[in-house]
Design a protein around this ligand. Structure first.
Ligand code: SF4
Length: 223
């Protein structure tokens, strides 16, 4: 098996969302994605990247000296050496998060890794992409995230949360999609609308806004 990965960018910032929101972290963004979400904010990671062996990536993460390492994409699990990278980051003492779009098998990932798995809603245009068996491998520390564009997405997410009993099993994140294609950048759906629906349903999920979008609304890459 190759121990090389195509990397789009490695940089230091704060974690933008979910249960680690606001914590300093090193982001390792891997190149390539098998999906094409309508609201994708990382299209620059589809093709651009440079090849590194796993140990070179670890060295770059070590140089920053931060405690949290977030491996993301694109879709990290389309590259075969990603589990090896995760394992070595854990061995090096980092708290390690993996962001995945939910379409790839997560059963072979190290137990120590916190998995942040998307479930794509209809507004993404990728609603059939979920590998449903992945729910069998979600741990209590993991996150399942739904990015919402409208009420239809909310109802789709609510049904899955309830049917799969997700609130009892892991952290459940609802997040408004960012209007990446509009010149006046803001959310595609007002966060306050989602709050109203969550409260009306007494649904014990966590609303998460991508704070890097609030802090740096005009930047793509490196935040
Ligand atoms: S899965 Fe992520 S990187 Fe891939 S198209 Fe969707 S938002 Fe973009």
């Amino acid at each position: 098996m190759s121990n090389a990965l195509v990397v789009n960018e490695i940089y230091q910032t704060i974690s933008g969302e979910g249960t680690t929101m606001g914590l300093p972290c090193t982001i390792v963004r891997l190149t390539g994605c098998n999906l094409r979400c309508k609201w994708c904010d990382t299209t620059y990671a589809y093709y651009e990247g440079k090849r590194y062996c796993v140990d070179e990536i670890i060295s770059q993460v070590n140089a920053a000296g931060l405690q949290l390492a977030l491996v993301t994409g694109g879709e990290p699990l389309i590259q075969s050496a990603t589990p090896m990278l995760l394992e070595k980051l854990c061995d090096a003492g980092y708290k390690v998060l993996l962001e995945t779009n939910g379409s790839r098998d997560i059963s072979n990932l190290p137990e120590r890794v916190i998995i942040c798995m998307d479930v794509k809603c209809p507004g993404s245009g990728q609603v059939d992409s979920l590998r449903w068996e992945n729910f069998d491998h979600i741990k209590s520390r993991d996150e399942v995230k739904f990015v919402l564009t409208d009420r239809n997405d909310y109802e789709y997410a609510r049904k899955i949360v309830q049917d799969a009993n997700l609130i009892e099993r892991c952290n459940v994140i609802f997040s408004p999609a960012w209007a990446v294609h509009q010149s006046h950048k803001r959310w595609l759906i007002e966060p306050g609308e989602i709050v109203k629906w969550i409260l009306a349903d007494n649904l014990n999920v966590r609303l998460s806004l991508q704070i890097h979008k609030i802090i740096w609304p005009d930047k793509s890459g490196g935040v």
